[in-house]
Design a protein around this ligand. Structure first.
Ligand SMILES: C[S@@+](CC[C@H](N)C(=O)[O-])C[C@H]1O[C@@H](n2cnc3c(N)ncnc32)[C@H](O)[C@@H]1O
Length: 268
């Protein structure tokens, strides 16, 4: 998962810098000095925001000790270690971790993992200073990479993978694709904007795009046993076999297609 998140950050660099610039505009009156990255993973949001807001410090909060270890190593490499504090906490626990008031909360692809996102949003509201911003970024589904006709197996493999995955995720991630705008309003936030970001990268792709496609398809593959035909699974397995001749790493017809929605909400 950590590798997938780092590859996502590399390939989605233009999207991330676009969101960063947008937050800069929204916070122009009072640039943030203290930032909380909720479900920080390997620190994609933490580092994007620390680079943009040079006078800010960040708290990176995640349930996973290994993600936070990875994040601290990256912070050292990037020369940002003295501006990041990590907090390991499970936001599904009843007690909210002790965090001082912050100016900006960033929650990217993390809220849908929570057992009770509404309770987490209420706690975020209390943690933000009045006037502070919460920025929520969510994706509808995993990115897509493959042409419809791969020249192998039956056309439409990736569409069938996603359809099968949707069946699995209704139980595994019931809040994915939720109506976050309504949930933010219910928690007391004023929605400043809801902005869709369509990502459609075509060749020449960033160097890491093949590895990103492979890591994403491997992640999807974990949920597909018993949900797709043996022929489709064999085609997919060939695509994610790094050493095989059919590997996505050796294809020159990949694209990166996905959509993310970002909500900017303010504590009145
Ligand atoms: C899909 S990753 C997103 C990481 C990062 N925000 C990004 O955009 O790259 C979701 C993150 O949420 C964390 N997470 C999931 N459930 C959590 C919980 N209950 N409390 C705290 N963090 C949690 C996971 O450990 C993971 O790092």
């Amino acid at each position: 998962m950590a590798e997938l998140l780092d590859l996502d950050a590399e390939v989605m660099e233009a999207y991330l810098s676009g969101v960063g610039a947008w937050i800069d505009e929204l916070a122009a009156d009072q640039p943030p000095r203290r930032i909380l990255d909720l479900g920080s993973g390997t620190g994609t949001g933490t580092f994007t925001l620390l680079r943009r807001f040079e006078r800010a410090d960040a708290i990176a909060l995640d349930v996973s000790a290994s993600m936070l270890r990875h994040l601290r190593n990256r912070a050292r490499v990037l020369g940002l270690a003295d501006r990041v504090r990590t907090v390991q906490a499970d936001l599904d626990d009843a007690a909210w971790p002790a965090v001082d008031a912050v100016d900006l909360v960033w929650a990217s692809s993390s809220l849908h993992h929570m057992a009770d996102p509404d309770r987490v949003l209420t706690e975020v509201f209390a943690t933000l200073r009045p006037g502070g911003l919460l920025v929520v970024a969510e994706m509808e589904s995993f990115p897509r990479f493959l042409p419809d006709d791969l020249g192998l197996g039956r056309p439409g493999l990736e569409a069938r993978c996603h359809a099968a995955l949707n069946g699995a995720r209704d139980t595994a991630l019931p809040h994915l694709g939720s109506d976050w705008g309504s949930r933010l309003s219910r928690a007391g936030f004023t929605i400043e904007a809801e902005r869709p970001f369509a990502i459609n990268l075509t060749p020449p792709l960033p160097a890491s795009a093949g590895r990103y496609a492979e890591a994403t398809l491997r992640r999807i593959r974990l949920h597909l046993d018993g949900r797709m035909s043996a022929d489709d699974l064999a085609t997919l397995d060939a695509l994610i076999d790094s050493d095989g001749t059919g590997s996505v790493l050796r294809r020159d017809d990949l694209t990166v297609r996905t959509a993310r929605t970002v909500w900017a909400a303010r504590r009145p």
